[in-house]
Design a protein around this ligand. Structure first.
Ligand code: TRP
Length: 369
């Protein structure tokens, strides 16, 4: 594990402070904001996604903020071949989104691969960053280390630039992210600034997007490692009650019988208490006190019940949606079409600003004739 995972990025505290202020501004004027956020389709979304970002997206959409969500299929090939399961994974994520409450009538849900004009922005954007800047990205460094170093694809190295295209193609100005995404957001801001300085100094073309940090803590899986689809330690949003109970019961804890909330000394127990706290919307130490000497087994029963109660309605909806595959694809098709129209308009403007739009000449020539 590289040191950068432990050293908080210098911008973290200021982002946290800014996030609180930003929340206030968004509440005051939700229609001034357009959100772009996304997920890699490497498997079904899990409870970490739900509490970490999904719930937040739904809340902001309900406030009236415009929402675009990229299912980042071109990010899955940074460190693996694109698997045959990709269509099912993408469809599953659309189901996760809708089940969690994202409104398909208002949101634009799309995939990289179907929006060529977004991908084309990568070319000018790559010209605006240096190799050494990309090499310093702490999240990419961690991902390379986690993948065992070895042969890093050039896409792994440059995907944060691609992510800037995700955000900027639609002029998004608000990006709800986890802490690990902050370096990417910073790069998006840099690219927007440099593009504006170079090609549109009078009237800034791209907004510098602001990051909105969620308040939910990072969740651990039953193996006490960070919960993640690729680690295979995740409790899927769409898991059933029995599977949830089985996974929670398999969670690693410690030998002390009395349950206390001590995140530093007892990270595994604290993680279970946090999950319960998120579901029950009560402080974790209070839940710990109630369990007291009844031990880890009682805590796990409580966590499983709390999760199943909290997610019950979402899971029922998800099961219904999973049967309506045509409908899910219709939602994605419509999202891809809308994203494409937005991206094409942006690319047109970019061509014009970069003097790579030759249609004007053609029209002029025709007009003379
Ligand atoms: N990198 C993000 C993740 O792994 C997914 C993502 C892709 C994203 N494009 C984005 C997030 C744009 C925010 C904005 O979770």
């Amino acid at each position: 594990m590289s040191a950068s995972m432990h050293a908080p990025s210098p911008s973290l505290n200021s982002t946290e402070r800014r996030s609180a202020e930003l929340e206030r501004r968004v509440h005051a004027n939700p229609r001034a904001y357009r959100i772009l956020t996304g997920d890699r389709p490497t498997g079904p979304l899990h409870i970490g996604h739900y509490f970490g970002t999904l719930e937040n997206r739904v809340r902001l959409q309900q406030l009236g903020v415009e929402l675009l969500v990229v299912i980042a299929d071109y990010q899955t090939i940074t460190d693996r071949d694109s698997p045959a399961s990709l269509p099912d994974d993408v469809e599953g994520i659309v189901a996760d989104y809708l089940a969690a409450g994202i409104d398909p009538e208002r949101a634009v849900i799309f995939t990289h691969s179907q929006v060529p004009e977004l991908n084309e922005l990568l070319v000018p954007f790559l010209s605006l960053v240096t190799v050494s800047e990309l090499g310093r990205n702490p999240t990419v460094k961690d991902e390379i280390t986690a993948a065992g170093g070895g042969s890093t694809s050039a896409l792994m190295f440059t995907y944060p630039v691609h992510q800037a295209a995700d955000i900027l193609f639609c002029h998004a100005n608000l990006v709800p992210v986890g802490k690990d995404q902050l370096p990417h957001l910073e790069l998006s801001r840099t690219i927007a600034r440099r593009f504006n300085d170079r090609y549109s100094p009078e009237l800034p073309f791209f907004p510098e997007p602001e990051g909105l940090l969620g308040s939910a803590p990072l969740l651990l899986g039953p193996d006490a490692q960070k919960m993640s689809k690729s680690r295979g330690n995740a409790i899927a949003l769409g898991a059933d009650d029995d599977e949830t109970a089985r996974l929670v019961r398999s969670a690693k804890t410690d030998a002390e019988r009395r349950i206390t909330y001590e995140p530093d000394r007892r990270p595994e127990v604290a993680n279970l208490l946090r999950i319960a706290a998120l579901c029950l919307e009560r402080p974790p130490d209070q839940i710990a006190d109630e369990i007291g000497d009844r031990g880890a087994a009682a805590l796990k029963d409580l966590v499983a019940d709390a999760l199943n109660a909290r997610l019950g309605a979402i899971r029922t909806r998800r099961r219904e949606l999973a049967k309506e595959r045509d409908y899910l694809m219709t939602v994605l098709d419509a999202g891809n079409r809308r994203a494409r129209a937005i991206a094409a308009a942006t690319l047109d403007d970019v061509h014009r600003l970069m003097h790579t739009n030759y249609r004007g000449l053609e029209l002029g020539a025709r007009a003379i004739r």
